[in-house]
Design a protein around this ligand. Structure first.
Ligand SMILES: [Zn+2]
Length: 572
């Protein structure tokens, strides 16, 4: 393709509306344009990267035995009423009404449609398992669309659904999809982790999220340096359960005047104690009433774990007035002694002795407190946020902190949909059984954006070879008819194309500086620079976008060198 024939509307200025780098760069480099909030058009370069991602997904899904279908985006309300999600899904579901007053939605996901399809088709165990997927536009009425392709109202997804006879079969399918996802993201050339996750609103018993690692990622992840354990911070565990307390015997409690000392830093400095000897008392309000939650001074409450332990839907930290009302003291002086609230404590506190707590009295703390003697034994549970450096729950190596962008999700759905929608088959004994389902999503546009979040510098995008719209950019430093530079550039261009390389030729009559700037911005992995000086010596220059490294290559070896570099970069 020649640059002058391709629509690449680059922008000089940083677009004001773009909050994240992928959004900024995709606008600036002419990959996408905004139609309206959360809705984007893909321009030619953007479509090329999107199609590459789709091709990798198709190859790996097909290789894993899944089959491609294309389901309608417009879905009748009846199916969603049957599954119970017409109400439950809430305002994020785009709802439309046709001229006959029938309700529909624009699909954000397709469990209902696919389950409806197969309950009419599958009769016998002999027809199972079956695993179907599609690549399609999805809709979600986000309250605040943002971050460009990261959180749009219309987006391209791969969604797949599997149907098995039983849990055993579903487990095998899950593993196949898990492996396929590993290959997909590895082939994209991305650094990623598969993390154990909560299954959230879709329901189901077991799930993994695939996270592209990037500083800008919304999700905090803890991953083991030695084994494959990785989990969202919301559910990460560690072996740091029973922190050994001070070894001395139990002392008698004593009230200490601590004027104005409220925070962990203030109290520990004032009393000259380590934060591990202080127990924080946090008052939470839930729909089941208030509760006091105890964590060590150097730790934080994990509200996801806490909500699970308390078995509640709503959970908020009580406001100052409420704390005063429930504890009799201003914020900063709450403690468990004499408190008539349900007491929950993180399990790392269990071995702690002679610890410090607020005294439920302004400007006072207790020291030398002990469980059982000075307050009732609390209910012990894993309630804290695990921190980097704590031991891995599987192998005890140190956990490391990462940030990630969720790009894929694999779920075991069980019989949630097949039961509510009565999708059954007859087993070998002729008994009716519910099919056991799995569902498998990849945000296609989101992965492309995440690739940019992970791979860019201040000059622009640095595409991994597999997702780049072109593999090579030829930049002649002049474009004058009849010159050797132009003729060589055209000759290389044709030869590279013939040998199957995806090549873009910058045939614009622009200054080299402008061409180089645009080249860095749009992020093609390899740039071949051709000029009269090099040609006189029989060489051209090949520059790698990522390293900035330039090598001089004899003219007659250019094609071989480029093919080598491309195939090396695609190997992963
Ligand atoms: Zn480990």
């Amino acid at each position: 393709m020649q640059y002058s024939q391709l629509y690449i509307p680059t922008l000089k200025e940083k677009p004001a509306e773009a909050e994240v780098i992928s959004h900024q760069l995709m606008l600036r480099a002419g990959y996408i344009r905004k139609l309206t909030s959360g809705i984007y058009s893909f321009l030619p370069l953007g479509v090329r990267s999107l199609r590459k991602m789709e091709a990798i997904i198709r190859e790996e899904m097909n290789r894993a035995g899944a089959q491609e279908v294309l389901l309608p985006a417009l879905q009748p309300a009846e199916l969603w009423q049957e599954s119970g999600r017409w109400e439950k899904y809430g305002k994020e579901l785009f709802r439309v009404r046709d001229r006959h007053n029938h309700d529909y939605c624009l699909g954000p996901t397709h469990e209902e449609v696919i389950t409806d399809l197969l309950r009419h088709e599958i009769r016998s165990y002999r027809q199972l398992p079956i695993n179907l997927y599609q690549i399609q536009t999805k809709f979600r009425d986000e309250i605040r669309p943002r971050f460009g392709l990261m959180r749009g109202r219309e987006f391209v997804m791969k969604d797949g659904y599997s149907f098995d006879r039983d849990e055993g079969g579903a487990g095998k399918t899950y593993q196949k999809m898990f492996d396929a996802y590993q290959r997909i993201f590895a082939r994209c050339g991305l650094r990623f982790k598969a993390v154990e996750a909560d299954s959230g609103a879709i329901g189901g018993s077991y799930s993994h999220e695939f996270m592209v690692l990037a500083e800008s990622g919304e999700d905090a992840i803890l991953a083991c340096a030695a084994c494959s354990y990785a989990a969202n911070v919301e559910r990460a565990e560690s072996l740091d359960r029973f922190q050994a307390g001070p070894t001395e015997g139990l002392k008698a409690k004593e009230k200490i005047y601590t004027p104005g000392q409220r925070t962990v830093e203030e109290v520990t400095r004032f009393l000259s104690i380590p934060p591990q000897s202080l127990v924080k008392t946090l008052i939470y309000q839930t729909e089941r009433g208030p509760a006091a939650v105890l964590v060590r001074g150097d730790q934080e409450v994990n509200e996801t774990k806490l909500a699970k332990a308390l078995d509640c839907q709503e959970l908020i930290l009580a406001e100052a007035l409420k704390v005063q009302e429930l504890t009799g003291a201003p914020v900063g002086f709450a403690g468990a002694v004499g408190l008539s609230l349900p007491l929950w404590a993180d399990q790392t506190l269990e071995g702690l002795k002679n610890f410090v707590m607020g005294a439920n009295e302004a400007d006072n703390h207790w020291i030398n407190l002990n469980w059982g003697t000075d307050m009732p034994q609390p209910q012990w549970a894993d309630l804290r946020l695990v921190q980097a450096g704590e031991p891995c729950p599987r192998c005890q190596s140190a956990l490391e902190a990462y940030r990630g962008i969720e790009v894929g999700h694999v779920f075991k759905l069980g019989d949630k949909y097949s039961r509510s929608m009565k999708a059954t088959y007859l087993d070998e004994e002729g008994r009716e059984q519910f099919m056991v389902m799995g569902c498998f999503g990849i945000g296609v546009g989101r992965t492309v954006a995440a690739a940019i979040e992970q791979n860019h510098d201040r000059d622009g995008i640095i595409w991994p070879m597999a997702l780049a719209p072109f593999q090579v950019l030829i930049t002649p430093i002049e474009w004058k008819p009849g010159t050797e530079t132009q003729q060589s550039a055209l000759a290389f261009y044709e030869e590279l194309e013939r040998s199957g390389i995806e090549v873009l030729l910058d045939d614009r009559e622009e200054r080299p500086g402008i061409k180089f700037k645009d080249a860095d911005l749009i992020g093609i992995p390899l740039r071949v620079t051709i000029g009269p000086k090099g040609l006189a010596e029989g060489i051209v220059e090949v520059r790698e976008r990522r390293s900035g490294q330039v090598i001089k290559v004899p003219k007659d070896q250019l094609v071989r060198k480029i093919r080598e570099k491309v195939s090396e970069a695609l190997k992963s």
